[in-house]
Structures are given as structure tokens and as C-alpha cells.
Design a protein around this ligand. Structure first.
Ligand SMILES: O=c1ccn([C@H]2C[C@H](O)[C@@H](COP(=O)(O)OP(=O)(O)OP(=O)(O)O)O2)c(=O)[nH]1
Ligand SMILES: [Mg+2]
Length: 163
């Protein structure tokens, strides 16, 4: 499916399965927790996956949350997407967070907690200049083009409540 060579993968914890795609065209392979842990509402915890990889130079590994767990329980990844550098040979770890306001999340050893995507990247260089070219966007950002749901919600309120 990819013209990259198969990526060397080390199981640091032999009981953890080799990461798999749930379906052959899925973007990510699922990563499992090596530990049992309970994440309290609003808390975060760094969890090992028992996996190390040797990514080819010119690629990056990205750690994404799993949408099912996010929707059902509020589980996410603090630094989503996590960046796995091509030169990194340590254990892939996932910084999980419980976004639910009330309910703790129980993670069991072997649970699929996140997914690893591998993407090609450009190892660009940067050159310092005195000024940048003109564009239609210019320096506008952070909502300069409008159309934000929160603004619609506020403007839909009766005038005294919107103050
Ligand atoms: O979710 C993640 C993110 C990173 N890493 C590992 C692989 C990555 O190559 C290394 C460094 O990650 P990053 O550059 O995001 O962290 P940093 O805080 O900048 O650390 P460093 O100074 O080591 O680059 O940590 C993980 O295992 N999981
Ligand atoms: Mg870094």
C-alpha cells in the first residue's frame, strides 16, 4: 500500500500486540497501553505503549486520539498530534487526558488508547529575510475572516443578555 519500506518495530513489551490497522486502508495503527491506570476528570497521565520504531528520515509519526474513546468518554491526547521524530528510538508514550468533567476513565493494560500515523515530511531549511511578500491575507489571522459559531450564539441572545 506504501512505497516506503516496512518500518522496523521493536516490541519492548512482548505481551503487547504488534500495532495493527483495524481495516487495511485505515490511516493509523492502534497503540495499546502497557499499564492499568485510572484517569480522573481533568487529569493527564503519560502511558507507555511498549513499542519503539525506526521511522525513515523524511517521515514523522503522529499520535492521534481515537475518536470513539473521545466521543464516549472524553479521552484524548494532551499534545495531539504527538510528534515521533524519525531519529527517536525510545518507547512511544502517549500523554492521555480525561476531558470529562465528572467521570474517571479506567485504562486497562492492552487497551487501544491512541493511533500512530506515519507521514512524509519536508525537511526544509529557513532563510532570514528583511521583509515578506504581499498576500491577500497579509497579517490577518485568529478569526480575521469571521464566521465563528460563538459570535452567532452571542448575537442570537436578547440584547441585555448579550452584554
Ligand atoms: O506523544 C509523543 C510525543 C513525543 N514522543 C517522543 C518521540 C519524540 O521524538 C520525542 C520528542 O518529542 P517532542 O519533540 O514533541 O518533545 P520535546 O518536548 O520537544 O522534547 P525534545 O526536547 O526531546 O525534542 O518524544 C512520544 O513518545 N510521544
Ligand atoms: Mg522536540
Amino acid at each position: 500500500m506504501s512505497d516506503l519500506p516496512a518500518i522496523e518495530l521493536l516490541r519492548l513489551d512482548p505481551e503487547i500486540p504488534v500495532p495493527q490497522r483495524a481495516h487495511e486502508s485505515d490511516a493509523g495503527v492502534d497503540l495499546c497501553s502497557t499499564v492499568d491506570v485510572t484517569i480522573e476528570p481533568g487529569e493527564r497521565v503519560l502511558v507507555g505503549t511498549g513499542i519503539a520504531v525506526a521511522l525513515p528520515v523524511g517521515t514523522v509519526g503522529l499520535i492521534h486520539p481515537r475518536s470513539g474513546l473521545a466521543a464516549k468518554s472524553g479521552l484524548s491526547v494532551v499534545n495531539t498530534p504527538g510528534t515521533i521524530d524519525a531519529g527517536y528510538r525510545g518507547e512511544i508514550k502517549v500523554c492521555l487526558i480525561n476531558h470529562d468533567l465528572r467521570t474517571p476513565i479506567d485504562i486497562r493494560r492492552g487497551d487501544r488508547i491512541a493511533q500512530l500515523l506515519v507521514q512524509r515530511i519536508e525537511l526544509v531549511s529557513f532563510v532570514e529575510v528583511e521583509s515578506l511578500d504581499d498576500t491577500s491575507r497579509g497579517t490577518g489571522g485568529h478569526g480575521s475572516s469571521g464566521g465563528h459559531a460563538i459570535l452567532h450564539a452571542v448575537s442570537a441572545l436578547p440584547e441585555e443578555e448579550a452584554q
